[in-house]
Design a protein. Structure first.
Length: 318
């Protein structure tokens, strides 16, 4: 029995890779050009904002929480980046990142200090971020000045040897997040909190500080994703990132980081994001409408939660 369990655990650990390769081959059989290096690079660059958002969310799910504010923070970031660009130039990026960091910290403080469940606290902060975006934009789409955008963020929109700079930047951010997760004390502590928070608290570690850090990182990464949206689309809107929250959560979960936390991590989310990207592209190949895509991701979310969650940590489900 123990041998079977070990085999099951090994299979679960490699399931994201197996799923990604299987989906790639399935679509490749329909159109071999789909597997061309240039197409895969284009596919990867198209989901850069989703990857960044999901990477930040990974830290919160890693500790057994959830962040429902990411999409709204990204929307707010697109507006703030657009309206601050004329005055601050490239400095608008710092404003956006700071706004996301503060928003995430508020979620963390409300969750840890006021003992409000994370899905409620982040939903409330998301509502605040949405309102800020609507107020700042006048509830309308905004546009960046082409020359100002080029001077401040032209380096982000270019490419070298056929590889978009925004993809290189995203991979660098993911690498930093991975290093923090596996090589630095905060990352190891977040893993311990996800695996068993009572043990962490009993050892004398102030777990709340690290949980606030997880939410702050999630907010900051969501803001960076919003900045990338804004630069790519040359503008901002309080609804520009609509429809990305569900795929971001799915990317984290199908990558192998369960809602109960403690296992998985940033590299798993990278794989999960590519699975989401390939599945979305395959739906276009098979002529599945956008509404059908949301239904599909909803079903995938249910399956991902059901198959990855650690039920030993949940005595009662409400």
């Amino acid at each position: 029995m123990s041998g079977d369990l070990t085999l099951t655990e090994k299979l679960r650990r490699h399931l994201p890779w197996i799923t990604l390769v299987s989906v790639l081959l399935l679509v490749g059989l329909r159109d071999i050009n789909f597997l061309s290096p240039q197409n895969l690079i284009t596919l990867s660059s198209d989901v850069v904002p989703l990857l960044i958002m999901a990477t930040g969310m990974t830290f919160v799910i890693y500790i057994g929480g959830i962040d429902l504010s990411s999409q709204s923070i990204a929307n707010m970031a697109t507006v703030l980046a657009t309206i601050s660009l004329p005055a601050l130039g490239v400095g608008s990026a710092l404003l956006v990142i700071a706004a996301g960091l503060v928003s995430g910290m508020v979620s963390g403080v409300v969750t840890t200090r006021l003992k409000v469940p994370s899905f409620i606290s982040t939903l409330a902060v998301g509502g605040i971020a949405l309102s800020v975006g609507q107020y700042a934009s006048g509830q309308q789409a905004l546009h960046m000045d082409t020359e100002q955008r080029r001077q401040a963020f032209g380096w982000m929109t270019g490419q070298t040897a056929g590889v978009p700079h925004i993809l290189v930047l995203a991979l660098a951010i993911v690498a930093i997040a991975w290093f923090m997760q596996v090589r630095m004390l905060p990352g190891r502590t977040l893993k311990a909190i996800g695996a068993g928070e009572p043990v962490v608290v009993a050892s004398g570690i102030r777990a709340d500080r690290y949980k606030i850090l997880a939410f702050a990182l999630s907010g900051m990464f969501a803001a960076i994703a919003g900045l990338m949206f804004s630069v790519r689309l040359s503008g901002g809107s309080p609804t520009l990132a609509e429809g990305f929250l569900l795929p971001a959560i799915v990317a984290v979960l199908v990558g192998g980081t369960p809602l109960t936390g403690g296992v998985g991590g940033v590299l798993n989310t990278l794989i999960g994001t590519m699975i989401v990207a390939v599945v979305r592209a395959s739906m276009l190949y098979f002529n599945i409408p956008a509404t059908g895509q949301q239904i599909f991701f909803g079903l995938v979310l249910i399956v991902a939660i059901a198959t990855t969650i650690d039920r030993s940590k949940m005595k009662v489900v409400k």
